[in-house]
Design a protein around this ligand. Structure first.
Ligand code: ZN
Length: 256
């Protein structure tokens, strides 16, 4: 768990990140790990001397199992609401998930790195199916009335309603899986786009990257991989060339 920008913390579960945004005693949580990451998620809240019930709302980047794991628990135990892009509501509430199937993953298990990852995520609940019937669309356009005043940024492609969240005060953006700095099925590092087999609508990915590149942010907090510091436009350029590793402003970012 690291403070990656002022009052913005990135915590890591099982090969996946979530973000805590602090404002006074209150928190916004962005994404919620695998079902097996619930104890780690609660521990990350306590590590910054807050309680889970201090979370005023959870923002979901997209309805994939590795980002929804704790949502049911947080709602049942603490009554914490969940907000997301309206196009993502159906999948979150129990509809068909737009994600790589177990068969997609099985077909790649001959690669040792993928096998190791497959075993880790099985242990974290990859075959469970969290549903979030209490999820709601964003209550307003523009900045949300939640700690950090997060601004939803539609970047559809990875899923139909994938959203990033821009934190204007911190100059940071939680990019979910629209732009990452790791891919569990490869060894690449630095800003990158996940392998196409993870994406629901790869044809929409370039427009999503254009949207991210236009943000006035210099901290990229991805759904997978370490935080990257530098202008978002540079991160997007590196991802587009497939040359994210160790280049330019991101060279020293492995530490984050
Ligand atoms: Zn993911």
């Amino acid at each position: 768990m690291r403070e990656v920008a002022s009052d913005v913390f990135c915590a890591e579960g099982t090969d996946v990140n979530w973000v805590l945004v602090r404002e006074g005693t209150d928190l916004t949580l962005i994404d919620a790990g695998w079902p097996g990451d619930i104890p780690k998620l609660e521990a990350s809240v306590r590590a910054i001397r807050r309680r889970p019930e201090d979370i005023r709302g959870v923002l979901l980047t997209h309805a994939h199992v590795d980002h929804m794991g704790a949502l049911g628990h947080l709602h049942a135990r603490y009554g914490i609401p969940v907000y997301l892009d309206p196009a993502e509501l159906g999948a979150a509430a129990g509809g068909r998930l737009e994600q790589a199937s177990p068969l997609d993953v099985l077909a790649r298990l001959w690669r040792p790195q993928v096998l190791a990852w497959g075993l880790r995520i099985l242990g974290a609940g990859a075959l469970r199916r969290p549903s979030v019937p209490h999820a709601q669309p964003f209550p307003s356009a523009g900045p949300l009335d939640l700690p950090g005043r997060p601004v939803p940024v539609p970047c559809h492609g990875h899923t139909s309603g994938h959203s990033a969240y821009f934190l204007p005060g911190a100059g940071a953006v939680a990019t979910g899986d629209a732009l990452t700095t790791a891919d569990p099925t490869t060894r690449r590092t630095g800003p990158q786009i996940l392998s196409p087999f993870f994406a629901h609508a790869p044809a929409r990915v370039p427009a999503a990257l254009d949207t991210l590149a236009a943000l006035a942010a210099d901290t990229l907090i991805p759904g997978h991989g370490p935080t990257w510091h530098g202008p978002l436009a540079d991160a997007v350029a590196l991802a587009r060339t497939g040359a994210g590793a160790g280049a330019g402003a991101g060279a020293a970012n492995g530490r984050a």
